[in-house]
Design a protein. Structure first.
Length: 134
C-alpha cells in the first residue's frame, strides 16, 4: 500500500472515529455528571458504545469490506481492547489527580492508533484469496 493510500485510509478512519468519539464522550460525560458513575467505568462503556457506532462506518467507508459475522466478532474483540485501554488510562489519570476528561483525551490518542492497526491488520483484513493491497 502506498503512503498516500495509507494516509487516505487513516484519514477516513479518523472521520468515522470522530462520530463514534462524539457518542463516546457524550455518554461518558452523561454517566459521570448525571448518573454519578465512576469515570473509568463510564469511559469503558462509552468506548464500547462508540465502537458499535464505528463498526459499519469502518466496514463500508474506511476499509471497503463486507459486513460478515467474522469481521464483526473480530471488531468486537478490538473494541473490547479499546474499552480496557480507556478504562486503564482514565483510571490512572484520575489516580494521578487529573480531571477524567484529560485522562480520556490521552486514552483516545492511544487507542486510536492501537485500534486502527488492529482493525486494519485483523478485523477488516482481506478474506483469504481476496486482493486488496492493504
Amino acid at each position: 500500500m502506498t503512503g498516500i493510500t495509507r494516509f487516505s485510509r487513516f484519514s477516513r478512519y479518523l472521520a468515522v472515529g470522530a462520530a463514534a468519539t462524539a457518542v463516546h464522550y457524550a455518554l461518558l460525560v452523561a454517566l459521570v455528571e448525571l448518573a454519578a458513575c465512576p469515570a473509568p467505568w463510564a469511559a469503558a462503556l462509552g468506548a464500547w458504545v462508540g465502537a458499535q457506532v464505528a463498526f459499519v462506518g469502518n466496514a463500508r467507508i474506511t476499509f471497503g469490506s463486507s459486513v460478515t459475522a467474522a469481521r464483526w466478532l473480530r471488531f468486537q474483540i478490538v473494541a473490547a481492547l479499546g474499552a480496557v485501554l480507556s478504562y486503564a488510562i482514565v483510571r490512572a489519570g484520575v489516580a494521578l489527580g487529573w480531571h477524567y476528561l484529560v485522562g480520556q483525551v490521552v486514552a483516545t490518542g492511544v487507542t486510536v492508533v492501537v485500534t486502527y492497526e488492529a482493525n486494519r491488520r485483523w478485523s477488516f483484513a482481506p478474506e483469504p484469496g481476496a486482493s486488496s493491497g492493504r
